[in-house]
Design a protein around this ligand. Structure first.
Ligand code: ATP
Ligand code: AMO
Length: 432
């Protein structure tokens, strides 16, 4: 037996043609003299209609024994039928159960019974049989594909850097310690130091799409402990170049998802809007005014609280940058303004109330970098190999990190970041 067609490839023009479909028993309705089976495959659903008048009693009995979510193969003839979903049905000539499903099911892939997210994540393989769930991952895949192609077209080379690392990059906390033979090591929280070292090689433009690990204590709708970070770094460039690249990449990814994932967006009920370029740029000081004017207190030098993010999200629809952050709340590798070092050339990209990316012009001068590491209370000795790269010809450079899951949330309209990961890792969840 070989599958000849997917559900979506069938149409009225194929009337009387013989086909072989393979998939899962989505639903079975036994009316005695006639049995309707809905067969679900990757792209759609086809009705198998088994009337006792047209098929043998043996075949009818075989079909009657079908169980929900068993894997079946059906040979039959196509028949145009205005009453059937998709306008065609299959009159079976032969059927085979390829693997029987146990009953009862831990959750219902027909979506008639709603399941809690924990139940769904425990049985993710069943959850993903719902087209409205697999749609999220088809869109995430299309987004990542478009990002790769876009960066390659702009002259960026894809690199892979280690995830087993010896020191922190984002400032000490939020690290997962691991045992590395007789030493302590950590799971990488960002490729930051590696992508910067790549700027001293002459390769000029690199990107990486890989997991980052953060020991986030809090259990929120937008934090995970393992996420995919899209990182880019470019030499002979500054914050403006980095922001220009990022906004165009975001714009392009949304445009491509809209063009190539129409069925998936429809499954999700999402009316995707391609944002206009350039994205608005707000200064950190303006953000404070906006937030304060909405009755949420935020003073200079503070990172955005959740309440501040929400107030800002109400004022700003869509994508926008926040620039000119206080150096105090940005990492050591961020370039301060020459004339006003309390301000930095750092930016965040926001979508409404959600931060989806951070980036900056980097410090490329060795001595200033050492000074900044010290001022953050870190020990330059633990950054020895990284710092050395700044002593033998490090060009000015800039870059950013974009969270793939948060970006997927923006595109798909998901409110919980767990919806955008096949097997999420959060405070409570380590299996499956
Ligand atoms: P970054 O990528 O810079 O770490 P982020 O978007 O991951 O930013 P955090 O900085 O971790 O976000 O958190 C944003 C703000 O939300 C912080 O001020 C943090 O204290 C606050 N916050 C995080 N979790 C919670 C929570 N569960 N309840 C209330 N506030 C929270
Ligand atoms: P940052 O720490 O802001 O910057 O991380 C970049 C982006 O990664 C995503 N992200 C997360 N998403 C979900 N859960 C988490 N726990 C989580 N942590 C981070 C967010 C965030 O905007 N080295 C810098 C980047 C740079 O300057 O190039 C960095 O890591 O979308």
């Amino acid at each position: 037996w070989k599958r000849t067609h997917y559900s979506q490839e069938l149409d009225e023009d194929m009337d009387t043609e013989s086909v072989t479909l393979m998939g899962w028993v989505h639903e079975i309705r036994d009316l005695g003299g006639i049995i309707f089976v809905l067969l679900r495959d990757r792209n759609g659903i086809t009705q198998i209609t088994a009337p006792s008048k047209k098929i043998t009693p043996e075949l009818l009995e075989q079909i009657r024994k079908f169980k929900k979510e068993s894997v079946i193969a059906v040979k039959g003839t196509v028949q145009g039928s205005p009453k059937a979903p998709g306008g065609v049905e299959i009159i079976p000539t032969e059927v085979k159960v390829l693997n029987e499903s146990k009953q009862p099911l831990p959750l219902d892939p027909t979506e008639k019974v709603r399941a809690e997210i924990d139940t769904r994540l425990d049985s993710r393989y069943l959850d993903l049989r719902k087209h409205s769930i697999s749609a999220i991952f088809k869109i995430k895949s299309a987004m990542l594909h478009s990002v790769r192609i876009y960066l390659e077209e702009k002259g960026f080379m894809e690199v892979n850097t280690p995830k087993l690392v010896g020191s922190a990059t984002e400032g000490g906390t939020e690290l997962f310690p691991i045992t590395y033979f007789e030493r302590e090591a950590f799971l990488g929280q960002s490729p930051q130091l590696y992508k910067q070292m790549m700027m001293a090689t002459g390769l000029d433009k690199v990107f990486e799409i890989a997991p980052i690990f953060r020991a986030e204590e809090h259990d929120t709708m937008r934090h995970l402990n393992e996420v995919i970070s899209i990182d880019a770094e470019m030499a002979f460039a500054d914050q403006e170049d980095a922001m220009n690249l990022l906004e165009k990449l975001v714009h392009n990814a949304i445009k491509e998802v809209k063009e190539n994932c129409q069925a998936e967006l429809e499954d999700l009920g999402v009316e995707l809007e391609v944002p206009e370029l350039p994205f608005p740029r707000l200064e950190y000081d303006e953000v404070i005014d906006i937030v304060n004017s909405r009755g949420v207190s935020l003073s200079h030098g503070e990172d955005l609280s959740r309440a501040a993010e929400k107030a800002l999200g109400e004022a700003m629809d869509g994508y926008y940058f926040i620039t000119n952050w206080p150096s105090e709340i940005k990492p050591f590798y961020v370039m301060p303004h020459e004339d006003a070092p309390e301000k930095s050339y750092a930016f965040d990209l926001m979508y409404r109330d959600l931060e989806i990316s951070s980036g900056a012009t980097r410090v490329h001068q060795h001595d200033l970098l050492v000074e900044q590491i010290k001022s953050k209370g870190l020990n330059p000795d633990s950054f020895q190999r990284y710092l050395a790269a700044f002593e033998y010809g490090m060009p000015p450079h800039a870059g950013w990190g974009l969270g793939a899951e948060r970006f997927t949330m923006c595109i798909t309209g998901m409110k919980n970041i767990r919806e955008t990961v096949l097997f999420p890792r959060d405070r409570r969840r380590l299996t499956p």
